[in-house]
Design a protein. Sequence first.
Length: 100
Amino acid sequence: MKERRQYKRLSDELPVRLEAITSSKIRVLYVKTKNISAGGIFVYTKEASYIPEDTRFIIDLTIPRKNKKLKNFEKCAGTWVRSTSEGIAIRFNRPAKLLI
Protein backbone atom coordinates (compact mmCIF):
# COMPACT_ATOMS: atom_id res chain seq x y z
CA MET A 1 0.00 0.00 0.00
CA LYS A 2 1.31 3.43 -0.94
CA GLU A 3 2.00 5.79 1.96
CA ARG A 4 -0.43 8.72 1.76
CA ARG A 5 0.84 10.76 4.69
CA GLN A 6 2.24 14.15 3.80
CA TYR A 7 4.58 14.36 6.82
CA LYS A 8 6.94 11.89 8.48
CA ARG A 9 5.81 10.76 11.95
CA LEU A 10 7.80 10.57 15.15
CA SER A 11 6.63 7.87 17.58
CA ASP A 12 7.71 9.27 20.95
CA GLU A 13 5.57 9.33 24.08
CA LEU A 14 5.82 12.93 25.22
CA PRO A 15 3.69 14.78 27.78
CA VAL A 16 1.09 17.16 26.35
CA ARG A 17 -1.22 19.70 27.93
CA LEU A 18 -4.35 20.06 25.79
CA GLU A 19 -6.97 22.74 26.15
CA ALA A 20 -10.07 21.24 24.57
CA ILE A 21 -12.32 24.13 23.50
CA THR A 22 -15.97 23.45 22.70
CA SER A 23 -18.91 25.80 22.34
CA SER A 24 -19.89 25.26 25.97
CA LYS A 25 -16.60 25.02 27.89
CA ILE A 26 -12.83 24.57 28.02
CA ARG A 27 -11.37 21.35 29.46
CA VAL A 28 -7.71 20.79 30.22
CA LEU A 29 -6.33 17.30 29.58
CA TYR A 30 -2.87 16.02 30.48
CA VAL A 31 -2.03 13.26 28.01
CA LYS A 32 0.87 11.63 26.13
CA THR A 33 1.59 11.49 22.42
CA LYS A 34 1.43 8.30 20.41
CA ASN A 35 2.93 10.06 17.40
CA ILE A 36 3.56 13.54 16.12
CA SER A 37 4.27 15.10 12.73
CA ALA A 38 4.43 18.59 11.29
CA GLY A 39 0.76 18.20 10.33
CA GLY A 40 -0.74 16.85 13.54
CA ILE A 41 -0.60 14.75 16.65
CA PHE A 42 -2.25 11.64 18.06
CA VAL A 43 -2.64 11.55 21.83
CA TYR A 44 -3.58 8.72 24.14
CA THR A 45 -6.64 9.44 26.27
CA LYS A 46 -9.45 7.38 27.76
CA GLU A 47 -11.66 10.47 27.43
CA ALA A 48 -11.77 10.36 23.62
CA SER A 49 -15.45 9.42 23.52
CA TYR A 50 -16.29 12.55 25.55
CA ILE A 51 -14.62 14.95 23.10
CA PRO A 52 -17.11 16.35 20.51
CA GLU A 53 -16.17 16.41 16.83
CA ASP A 54 -16.15 20.21 16.62
CA THR A 55 -13.55 20.58 19.39
CA ARG A 56 -10.61 22.92 18.89
CA PHE A 57 -7.37 22.44 20.81
CA ILE A 58 -4.46 24.45 22.14
CA ILE A 59 -1.51 22.05 22.26
CA ASP A 60 1.38 22.58 24.64
CA LEU A 61 3.98 19.84 24.13
CA THR A 62 6.68 19.29 26.75
CA ILE A 63 9.91 18.46 24.98
CA PRO A 64 12.84 16.98 26.91
CA ARG A 65 16.04 18.95 26.35
CA LYS A 66 17.79 15.88 24.95
CA ASN A 67 15.22 15.55 22.14
CA LYS A 68 16.88 17.42 19.26
CA LYS A 69 14.25 16.36 16.70
CA LEU A 70 11.51 18.48 18.25
CA LYS A 71 13.48 21.45 19.48
CA ASN A 72 11.70 23.91 17.17
CA PHE A 73 8.18 22.86 18.12
CA GLU A 74 6.02 25.81 19.11
CA LYS A 75 2.80 25.87 21.09
CA CYS A 76 0.07 25.55 18.50
CA ALA A 77 -3.64 25.10 17.82
CA GLY A 78 -5.50 22.33 16.07
CA THR A 79 -8.85 20.71 15.37
CA TRP A 80 -10.39 17.30 16.01
CA VAL A 81 -9.89 14.79 13.18
CA ARG A 82 -10.99 11.47 14.66
CA SER A 83 -11.29 9.48 17.88
CA THR A 84 -10.46 5.84 18.53
CA SER A 85 -10.53 3.67 21.63
CA GLU A 86 -6.89 4.72 22.18
CA GLY A 87 -7.25 8.47 21.84
CA ILE A 88 -7.65 11.50 19.58
CA ALA A 89 -6.08 12.62 16.30
CA ILE A 90 -5.64 16.39 16.01
CA ARG A 91 -4.70 18.31 12.85
CA PHE A 92 -2.62 21.42 13.44
CA ASN A 93 -4.13 24.62 12.03
CA ARG A 94 -0.82 25.24 10.30
CA PRO A 95 2.19 22.93 9.94
CA ALA A 96 4.40 22.87 13.03
CA LYS A 97 8.12 23.51 12.84
CA LEU A 98 9.68 20.14 13.56
CA LEU A 99 13.11 18.71 12.83
CA ILE A 100 12.20 15.11 11.96
